[in-house]
Ligand binder design. Structure first.
Ligand code: C5P
Length: 309
């Protein structure tokens, strides 16, 4: 930068976490990935990602949940920035991430940061990317990244990155039980393969009963349709999560599942009040380290602060 007046003001994008209402895992593909059919919902736990013009590329991570997130080129936000640079030859930025999404928790925190970085850089460098171009870049960074750009409720197929919107009514209330430590996603998929052995696995197809429950807007209809093919694998690696699921159901959740590849567990509750009651009961039980309440669906990655001096 030659003149201070040419330096654009920093841009912050806010991005939600996701929960998979249904995660159906098909056969393992030749590249090691799995064919998926999944229904994503964006929920109101957020990371804020700020990009600021800088002398060199860099990333820092802040907040009580920041522990364990790499502050180097491995960070998915940094990979997103380098992808934008490779495509558009932009100036370097420093990326600052404030984490409100559990790390390595099965809620797509890293993917969320990549999605927010794309949206923030588009704004900072006035790239004029449309939704399709953003989602195309996102799909190169990970299976969940396009959904975190889109938000709302959507079906993901392929590796999870091919999105189609879903008609969903109402707002759903969730309690998330955070777990000690993380579960690496590849290890959970590998355990799923191991448990399945040589049993043939059909191509996954979204469950019409789940779609109809989402159209009803009634959490009582949605609860019995929640499904996660990675749950057995997550429980096999982390048997303690079984106790958390039982406790959540005992204390009044309508439905409970492992979130994505875990180890966060997700409980659907009737309304906001029920969420407060469940959060208190789970915390008091001592079975759970920490809880978060959230609702969905919410918007995908979006700019929240753009100061014009
Ligand atoms: O796409 P992403 O990088 O988020 O995926 C992380 C890991 O999860 C992959 O390396 C792979 O082991 C596993 N995965 C999979 N099939 C998918 C999506 C992810 O096996 N459809």
């Amino acid at each position: 930068m030659t003149s201070a007046s040419l330096v654009p003001a920093p841009v912050t994008a806010r991005v939600p976490a996701k929960v998979n209402l249904e995660l159906l895992v098909g056969p393992r593909l030749d590249d090691g990935y799995h064919a998926l059919s999944t229904v994503f919902q964006a929920v109101s736990l957020y990371d804020d990602v700020t990009v600021a013009a800088a002398e060199e590329w860099g990333v820092s991570v802040h907040g009580p949940l920041a522990h364990g997130v790499p502050e180097n080129a491995d960070n998915l936000a940094m990979r997103a920035a380098r992808l934008v640079d490779a495509r558009f030859d932009v100036e370097p930025v420093h990326i600052s991430i404030r984490k409100g999404i559990p790390v390595a928790g099965g809620m797509a925190g890293g993917s969320a940061d990549a999605a927010a970085t794309l949206v923030a850089l588009d704004h900072l460098w006035e790239l004029g990317l449309d939704r399709e171009e953003l989602e195309e870049l996102a799909s190169q960074l990970g299976s969940d990244v396009p959904f975190l750009v889109a938000g709302g409720t959507a079906v993901g197929s392929g590796r999870g990155e091919l999105l189609a919107p879903v008609l969903a009514r109402g707002t759903y209330h969730w309690v998330f039980a955070l777990a000690e430590g993380g579960l690496p996603t590849p290890a959970v998929y590998a355990e799923c393969d191991r448990l399945r052995g040589s049993t043939p696995v059909p191509d996954p197809v979204a469950n019409p009963a789940l779609m109809s429950a989402l159209r009803s807007g009634d959490p009582h209809e949605l609860a019995p349709q929640l499904a996660n093919d990675l749950q057995d694998a997550a429980l096999s690696l982390r048997p303690d999560l079984g106790e958390v699921l039982s406790a959540g159901m005992e204390y009044g959740a309508l439905g409970g599942i492992v979130s994505g590849s875990g180890p966060t567990t997700a409980f659907l509750v009737e309304d906001n009040e029920a969420g407060i009651d469940l959060a208190v009961a789970l915390t008091a039980s001592g079975v759970v380290r920490d809880v978060r309440r959230a609702s969905g669906p919410v918007h995908g990655a979006h700019v929240i602060h753009h100061r014009v001096d």
